[in-house]
Design a protein around this ligand. Structure first.
Ligand SMILES: CCC/C=C/C(=O)SCCNC(=O)CCNC(=O)[C@H](O)C(C)(C)COP(=O)([O-])OP(=O)([O-])OC[C@H]1O[C@@H](n2cnc3c(N)ncnc32)[C@H](O)[C@@H]1OP(=O)([O-])[O-]
Ligand SMILES: NC(=O)C1=CN([C@@H]2O[C@H](COP(=O)(O)OP(=O)(O)OC[C@H]3O[C@@H](n4cnc5c(N)ncnc54)[C@H](OP(=O)(O)O)[C@@H]3O)[C@@H](O)[C@H]2O)C=CC1
Length: 253
């Protein structure tokens, strides 16, 4: 990944930071973008221990104007963009019958609209550069299993999966690959705080995973590294589940 210029939204925490660290270890220049500047600066310090360039940009992916600024900044600093990881997301548990309009909009705006704004802006830049490139979206296994209590996130992630396939076909001639990683529960991340914050919830989540444990952020980062690298040069329009077989039926009666 030497010399590659990579934007990771939500790159200051959880899976985003783990991917940023791994891409940096492999030699890439990193731009991390999210809302909390303090988190961004703290993460940048850690990511720059690999002697690569790390830029932070305070960006709310729900704003097309802020996304445009983020892309302009990345191009000014690094001269180009090779890879975009659409990782930023919001999620919380709320019964569907009680969900407010704002609660629905807030999550769908971050997950689906934010992914679209970033993809379109970066896609335009990659076409302008005539370099090709690739986009990696972070989805969720909930798209296939459903997940009571997170209708907003699950529906938005399904939109992201459909967008992945559509853009992969539309932009294949531009040599832009578009893929998706669908993680199951990963330990020590924002999802843990939002979705299994009590011991009872955590136990219920663990119970559904045949491998008997949650994944780690590093395991997701290793898969991401493969997908954005040239080892995956013929892989596009695909989704990759990483969940210890959690989306499959465990068997038994
Ligand atoms: C296997 C896992 C799969 C996927 C995992 C992940 O994605 S993990 C990723 C995990 N990481 C993250 O999620 C990190 C980022 N997450 C966040 O920043 C926030 O959770 C956010 C998504 C609410 C966005 O913030 P914001 O400042 O834009 O929003 P705001 O504060 O203005 O609220 C907007 C509306 O939502 C309402 N509402 C909020 N919480 C709850 C609740 N618990 N209950 C009910 N409702 C709730 C709130 O009341 C308001 O509606 P109202 O009252 O006006 O009708
Ligand atoms: N961890 C898990 O078990 C799973 C995670 N996923 C997916 O993995 C990805 C990472 O999740 P995880 O690491 O758990 O969670 P985190 O909460 O650690 O990461 C979410 C990141 O998104 C950023 N973000 C949220 N809203 C916005 C916004 N409006 N604009 C820009 N950035 C924003 C947050 O930063 P800030 O608040 O500062 O903006 C934060 O850094 C998400 O796409 C999630 O849906 C999917 C399945 C399982």
């Amino acid at each position: 990944m030497e010399g590659k210029s990579i934007i990771i939204t939500g790159g200051a925490t959880g899976l985003g930071k783990a991917m940023a660290m791994e891409f940096a270890r492999l030699g890439a220049d990193i731009v991390i973008a999210s809302r909390n500047l303090e988190n961004l600066e703290k993460a940048a310090k850690e990511i720059s221990t690999f002697n690569n360039k790390v830029i932070v940009t305070q960006t709310d992916v729900r704003s097309p104007e802020q996304v445009e600024k983020m892309v302009r900044r990345a191009v000014e600093e690094n001269g180009k963009i090779d890879i975009l990881v659409n990782n930023a997301a919001g999620n919380f548990r709320v019964p569907s019958l009680d969900m407010s309009v704002n609660a629905w909009n807030s999550v769908v705006d971050i997950v689906l609209h934010g992914t679209w704004y970033c993809s379109q802006e970066v896609g335009r830049q990659m076409v302008f550069q005539k370099t090709g490139g690739n986009i990696l979206n972070i989805g969720s296994t909930h798209v296939w299993s459903g997940n009571p209590g997170t209708a907003h996130s699950t529906a938005a992630k399904a939109g992201v999966l459909a967008l992945t396939k559509t853009l992969a076909v539309e932009w294949a001639q531009e040599n832009i690959r578009v893929n998706l990683i669908a993680p199951g529960p990963i330990e020590g991340t924002g999802a843990a705080e939002q979705l299994w914050s009590t011991p009872e919830l955590e136990k219920a989540v663990l119970n559904r995973i045949p491998s008997g444990r949650m994944g780690t952020p590093k395991e997701v980062a290793y898969l991401a590294s493969y997908l954005v690298s040239d080892y995956a040069s013929y892989v596009t329009g695909s989704s990759f589940v990483i969940d210890g077989a959690g989306h499959l039926n465990k068997g038994g009666v």
